[in-house]
Design a protein around this ligand. Structure first.
Ligand SMILES: [Zn+2]
Length: 300
């Protein structure tokens, strides 16, 4: 929605948007061996140069020449697209395109939890029960962590419970600090993920997180926030930013294929692509009834 409305700083119109997309390979370029005509694939929208320092360090998602389909170059909201073969991830035959298209949003969750570190010892507090929060809590649970979601909207929190949250905090009626003070023997969550992108939450996260904990940031706000060094040093916190994903899609497709993740219920509506304006209007009018609204371009 940010990209649609022009509030993503990297997406400049004219642009065909769409960075979560899957389809059938109709033709391949010379020398391509990783995919064949007729293969069903999902696409990683992140295109990297493979030669700059971040790429050589394995951090291809922050490539100095980063290009993202649907953001820096034309994306998937169309019936045909040409992409580098390296960005096409083959799907198992039984996986439908609706489920496959969730691989990209789950790669965002996988990336931030990989950056922050997440495992059975962790209790993850996730700010925001929107799409990002819902994907992060599912991946955190899959990684055997405890998952807590905080949001101001009670209906969204019910949805977070349906997707596996162990505990939810209605932050309109109680403080998040009170909601998590019993966690980890009273030390607080070991991991805090800001899935809401609100600058003030970083200060709050530093206060509620356990000593030796980690904070993962996904928001892109340019607004400054006040944080004191004291909490970061006293608790020896790890603060990580996480952008897009670094080659996570094959792993996520595997999780979707073997049932480690079962997010089908996130697809709340599917529209024929010709109905796109109706689909976008629905998301804006009824955010409580929409999570992933998908467009089908196969008839267009
Ligand atoms: Zn690069």
């Amino acid at each position: 929605m940010h990209i649609l409305h022009g509030s993503n700083p990297f997406a400049v119109y004219p642009r065909i948007i769409g960075h979560e997309f899957a389809g059938v390979v109709e033709a391949i370029g010379t020398g391509v061996t990783s995919v064949a005509e007729g293969d069903r694939v999902v696409f990683d929208p992140v295109v990297s140069c493979c030669t700059c320092y971040p790429c050589r360090a394995g951090r291809t998602n922050v490539c100095a020449k980063l290009q993202v389909f649907g953001v820096h170059r034309d994306g998937g909201f169309r019936s045909h697209i040409a992409v580098p073969a390296a960005n096409a991830v083959k799907l198992p035959p039984e996986m439908d395109f609706g489920l496959a298209t969730l691989a990209e949003p789950f790669s965002i969750a996988a990336n931030v939890l990989d950056r922050a570190g997440c495992g059975p010892l962790d209790t993850a507090l996730i700010y925001g029960a929107g799409t990002v929060g819902i994907t992060v809590v599912q991946v955190a649970k899959m990684l055997c962590a405890r998952g807590i979601v905080a949001d101001i909207d009670a209906e969204r929190l019910e949805r977070a419970k349906d997707f596996g949250a162990d505990h939810v905090i209605h932050s309109a009626t109680m403080s998040v600090a009170d909601g998590v003070k019993g966690e980890t023997d009273g030390l607080g969550p070991t991991l805090v993920i800001d899935g809401a992108g609100i600058p003030a939450l970083l200060d709050a996260a530093c206060k509620v997180v356990s000593p030796a904990g980690s904070i993962g940031l996904l928001g892109f706000s340019a607004a400054p926030c006040n944080i004191s060094q004291q909490e970061i040093v006293r608790k020896e916190l790890t603060l990580v930013g996480s952008r897009l994903n670094r080659g996570m899609l094959p792993r996520v497709v595997q999780w979707l294929a073997d049932g480690s993740l079962k997010p089908e219920a996130m697809i709340t509506q599917v529209f024929d692509a010709r109905e796109a304006p109706v689909a976008f209007a629905l998301i804006e009018k009824e955010p409580q009834n929409t999570l992933k609204v998908q467009l089908d371009f196969s008839q267009s």
